[in-house]
Design a protein around this ligand. Structure first.
Ligand SMILES: Nc1ncnc2c1ncn2[C@@H]1O[C@H](COP(=O)(O)OP(=O)(O)OP(=O)(O)O)[C@@H](O)[C@H]1O
Ligand SMILES: [Mg+2]
Length: 276
């Protein structure tokens, strides 16, 4: 365990070095001489129609009682990440269709309702990207093209409101595993973080058991949230993935999605805490 913690600390240090050996927070970075952040208002803004939000379970946009679970998840996420000085969160699951994308979008929207937080939501499920479909927005370029050096972030990303940037894909990458494990990807993310200075970056990832896409990438994040689907994800699969995740990054918690309640409504619950 000590070895693991030392390795994680070293990986974080390496990332900081890439950013210019500066302390963690954007404000500290600014005062330590890193270039001033790019103006977020320069990015085009998109809107999610309320009907689309309702249909795609984007309840954090609409607020109210349906947004409460995401606001609770937000509070726990912020508390843990702030305590530890973490800024990059990956969201993954054992199998497909557990609700990673739905939770990523809702958590990002919920976080962005706190006006003092700058939030970035990035689609790194470059095998089967879907944030664009859920938001009903087709970007001209894909985020994987930014990572491949074929497009500029400022020509690709858009804003929802003043303090949420969303980077999506309109196509799958032809080499998802290689792309996510590449040094070019690590450096591109470092450059984006240094230029735009988000407080939190959320990465919507692919399922862990379907490919090795995430394995080489997770050293680039500070922590991960594992989403399991009640009635479909098995306990052994949760266990295997939680252990694998803990070997790659810090596990923020496990969210159990699609829980069926006694009134027949469906929602989610979580076992939250830092593992590993
Ligand atoms: N709490 C929930 N209750 C009921 N259905 C849900 C819930 N969360 C998500 N869903 C639905 O489950 C389906 C899969 O959700 P989503 O695309 O977010 O999962 P995913 O884990 O990102 O899938 P993939 O592995 O394909 O990327 C969608 O139809 C979504 O609307
Ligand atoms: Mg998804």
């Amino acid at each position: 365990m000590e070895k693991l913690e030392a390795a994680l600390a070293k990986a974080r240090e390496l990332r900081k070095t890439a950013l210019g050996s500066t302390p963690g927070t954007p404000r500290e970075k600014q005062s330590a001489g890193v270039a001033a952040p790019v103006d977020w208002s320069d990015l085009p803004e998109i809107e999610i129609a309320p009907e689309r939000a309702r249909r795609n379970r984007i309840s954090a946009l609409l607020g109210g009682v349906d947004a409460t679970p995401y606001d609770m998840l937000r509070s726990r996420t912020i508390r843990q990440m702030k305590d530890k000085g973490w800024r990059r969160l990956a969201i993954t699951s054992p199998g497909a269709a557990c609700g990673k994308t739905t939770i990523s979008i809702n958590l990002a929207l919920s976080l962005s309702r706190q006006k003092d937080l700058k939030v970035m939501l990035i689609d790194l499920d470059v095998r089967r990207p879907s944030i664009n479909k859920q938001l009903n927005y087709q970007p001209k370029h894909s985020f994987h093209e930014v990572l491949e050096g074929k497009a500029r972030f400022e020509d690709q990303a858009v804003r929802i409101g003043d303090n949420l940037i969303v980077a999506t894909n309109n196509s799958a990458s032809r080499h998802p595993s290689e792309l996510l494990q590449s040094v070019a990807t690590r450096e591109a993310l470092d450059r984006i973080e240094a230029a735009w200075q988000p407080d939190i970056m959320i990465f919507d990832m692919s399922p862990m058991l379907a490919s090795d896409d995430n394995v080489g990438f997770l050293g680039n994040v500070d922590c991960a949230l594992l989403i399991a689907a009640a009635e479909s994800t098995t306990l052994p699969n949760i266990d295997v993935c939680e252990k694998e995740l803990a070997g790659l990054t810090n596990v923020l918690g496990i969210a159990l999605n699609k829980c069926r309640y006694s009134d027949n409504s469906v929602g989610y619950d979580y076992a939250y805490g830092t593992y590993g």
